[in-house]
Write a protein that binds this ligand. Structure first.
Ligand code: SAM
Length: 280
């Protein structure tokens, strides 16, 4: 099995869209009238979910009519949110077939199939022309990316000069390997965490400048602790990320929090730019 196949099998077990639809029904959400706000507890598939997407959106220089690229778009929540909020177009690409299918079907369900188009592919070899996008981002994707050099070089290539690139990830901490399972790996296989300073160096080698790194560990911890407390007291929402994380969801969240507490992981948000031509 190739690495790409193993990573896609890890994320997209079974018919993801049907599972989401079934959970919507259980939560009393009618698919015919569902809104992106109602989908948000499930379709922002990263630490702190929807809230983290909103905070990222606050710092991104996006303009109406822009064309953005979401690398590792998952089931498309962030892409739909940005497209709706900024009146822009988002192309999504993801390595996991059931996620791409779910992303496109959910976009159709909320009438956004023209604004958000997702396709199957690997962020290390992007199927887009040079200088196509006004901005790009990858939220919680790179933990599974073996060749960060290729991933960043491809992002750089498809961005227009002056475009932004944003990244959120769990970086490798200073203390020992992470406890598993975590969202991106059951047992350490398919995991390629890098120290934040090495990620910054890789972005610089790809050509990115104005690199700003924000430590998001404390924010993530608070959110994980709140989710654990709800689950342990039987109050976890019916329509929540456990639908995608599976039966081990609680253990996964516990480990992810513990890894940050023990400094085995070091979550960061990074914003950088492809340099604009001199004088522009
Ligand atoms: C934690 S999910 C994040 C999904 C989405 N970015 C979000 O925030 O809702 C990680 C995603 O990265 C995708 N992924 C992992 N490696 C990838 C690669 N090399 N190219 C494209 N997608 C990848 C997985 O399939 C999965 O959908």
């Amino acid at each position: 099995m190739t690495d790409a196949q193993a990573i896609s099998d890890h994320w997209g077990n079974g018919d993801v869209y049907s599972r989401i639809l079934e959970a919507m029904r259980q939560a009393g959400i009618a698919p015919e009238t569902v809104t992106i706000e109602q989908l948000a507890p499930v379709d922002h598939f990263h630490a702190r979910g929807f809230q983290a997407t909103v905070e990222l959106a606050e710092i991104l220089p996006i303009h109406a009519g822009d064309r953005l690229l979401d690398i590792g778009c998952g089931i498309g929540g962030p892409a739909r949110y940005l497209a709706r909020r900024f009146h822009c177009h988002v192309d999504g690409i993801d390595i996991t077939p059931p996620f791409v299918e779910a992303a496109n079907r959910l976009s159709a369900l909320v009438g956004m199939q023209d604004a958000v188009e997702c396709r199957l592919g690997d962020g290390q070899t992007l199927p887009y022309g040079d200088a196509t996008f006004d901005g790009g981002y990858a939220q919680h994707v790179t933990m599974n990316v073996p060749d960060r050099g290729a991933f960043f070089a491809e992002a750089f290539r498809v961005l227009k000069p002056g475009a932004f690139f944003a990244l959120t990830e769990h970086g490798l901490g200073e203390v020992g390997p992470p406890h598993h399972p975590v969202p991106w790996s059951k047992d350490g296989s398919g995991a390629y965490l890098m120290r934040p300073e090495d990620t910054v160096a890789a972005l610089e080698r790809a050509g990115f400048t104005q690199i700003e790194v924000t430590d998001t560990g404390e924010r993530y911890l608070q959110s994980y602790r709140a989710a654990i407390a709800l689950a342990e007291t039987g109050q976890a929402p019916v329509f929540g990320l456990h639908i995608l994380l599976g039966k081990e969801a609680l253990q996964i969240v516990r480990n992810t929090a513990r890894n940050i507490e023990e400094r085995r992981t070091h979550p960061v948000q990074i914003l950088c730019h492809k340099p604009a031509p001199a004088g522009s």
